[in-house]
Design a protein around this ligand. Structure first.
Ligand code: KE4
Length: 425
């Protein structure tokens, strides 16, 4: 038995599914998950001493690679002063200043401890600001484990949703309307069917929890226009894409301005974090100023702020986004070329340092098309890559990430393995 297998057997006895977050259990790809004991640059080291080139990057935060020295030094320096104060601390002010400087849509910001807290708070704020009950979300978009957002399209797909998890009550789901992404007529119809009741529309501008789906030309602008017309709050969930695709997230790639933005991952430099921000007139509805309650013992924690400040300042100072896009295109072209030679239909949506694989003959524009892709071929590629030292996301419905530390030998080696993985099908 390997060390990871032994650890997993022990974990299973004490932790549900042996993991503290379901996707880590490898249930979508089979086999026993490996345990990581350390990480540096683009590589993880497993409990069995195996090195893996990592395309998951702790689900996004490690844009500079793992254990980046300036982030490590920033945490160590903050640690000298203690771990948590429960009072305002100067680093929170620096983080707010930096987020406002980088993300134009954000005029005021509140820190949280996770992306889930950020989206949960943003939809409560939208409801409190508008006095309306309903939220529109899009199928395939994931916003963390918020009751109101663990909802799938209901029988009357344009009226109310159905719970997408046990424990979410029909009453909660009833206030969520689920619409197909990239389907403007459906969004228009949802507003019509819920006239005057929609508090907000939340979406991942580039859905990346269903593989990676890119918006049709003009889709985001039309969503913006409909929200403006209907008086609904437009919420961009950029927990994944924030600071990943540009300093302004997807907002650096188009000109659509949301009313609220949710952030996470990169802004914590690998430590627990989330944030939501946007128009001051909306944000000022938050306690202690306004009637919408929101709180968190460790929100703005000095260690997470120090790590996030170091990570974001490094992005601001070095602006690595063009370099990351070159790496993303290289991986995409490697995969597409390999699939063409093999005669296998493959889509590789890629934007900057994010990419995904859909074994599908057609462009994937929505959730139904994503899940109709061949998951078995993905699982075979995942397994071959892992056996040859490359770690892709352990699910066909996730996105892969590249860091600046992949440049050079690691991306060369990874592309060789990914090509061979496709040829092995
Ligand atoms: P957290 O609560 O996990 O910090 O963030 C939730 C969240 C919100 N919004 C978006 C767009 C997200 O991608 C996430 C979390 N992403 C997943 C990866 N698909 C986290 C991995 C996990 O659940 O273990």
């Amino acid at each position: 038995m390997s060390v990871s297998e032994d650890l997993f057997a022990k974990a299973l006895r004490m932790i549900p599914g042996g993991v503290n977050s379901p996707v880590r259990a490898f249930r979508s790809v089979g086999g026993t998950p490996f345990f990581t004991v350390k990480a540096n640059g683009a590589r993880l080291t497993t409990a069995d001493g195996k090195e893996l080139i990592d395309f998951v990057l702790t689900w996004g935060p490690a844009i500079h690679g793992h254990n980046e020295p300036s982030i490590r030094k920033a945490i160590a320096a903050a640690l000298e002063c203690g771990t948590s104060f429960g009072t305002p601390n100067p680093l929170e002010v620096e983080m707010a200043e930096l987020i406002l400087a980088c993300v134009p849509a954000v005029k005021k910001v509140r820190m949280t401890n996770s992306g889930t807290e950020a989206t949960m708070s943003a939809i409560r704020l939208a409801r409190g600001y508008t006095g309306r009950p309903k939220i529109i979300k899009f199928s395939g978009c994931y916003h963390g484990h918020v009751d109101s957002l663990l909802v799938k399209a209901g029988s009357g797909a344009l009226t109310q949703g159905n719970p997408d998890s046990a424990g979410v009550t029909p009453g909660t789901a009833a206030d969520t309307v689920v619409v197909e992404y990239n389907n403007l007529p459906a969004l228009e119809q949802a507003f019509k069917a819920n006239a005057g009741a929609i508090a907000g529309v939340i979406l991942e501008p580039f859905p990346a929890n269903v593989g990676l789906i890119l918006p049709d030309p003009g889709f985001l602008a039309c969503v913006r226009a409909l929200c403006t017309r209907e008086g609904a709050v437009l919420i961009f969930d950029e927990v994944m894409t924030g600071f990943r695709l540009s300093l302004a997230g997807t907002q650096g790639l188009h000109d659509v301005v949301p009313d609220l933005v949710c952030l996470g991952k990169i802004i914590g430099g690998g430590l627990p974090v989330g944030a939501f921000g946007g128009k001051a007139e909306i944000m000022d509805k938050l306690a202690p100023l306004g009637p919408v309650y929101q709180a968190g013992t460790l929100s703005g924690n000095p260690l997470a702020m120090a790590a996030g400040l170091a990570a974001v300042r490094k992005l601001r100072d070095e602006n690595p986004y063009a370099r990351l896009d070159v790496l993303g295109r290289r991986v995409r072209d490697t995969l597409l070329s390999a699939a063409k030679r093999k005669g296998i239909p493959l889509q590789v949506p890629q934007v900057g340092s994010m990419f995904a694989l859909f074994f599908n003959p057609s462009l994937v524009r929505n959730y139904d098309q994503a899940i109709a892709s061949n998951g078995d071929l993905y699982r075979k590629v995942f397994r071959y890559a892992l056996d040859h030292g490359v770690y892709l996301a352990p699910s066909p419905y996730e996105t892969a990430f590249i860091s600046t530390s992949h440049e050079g030998a690691d991306i060369d080696q990874a592309c060789t393995v990914l090509d061979a993985a496709i040829q092995s099908l």
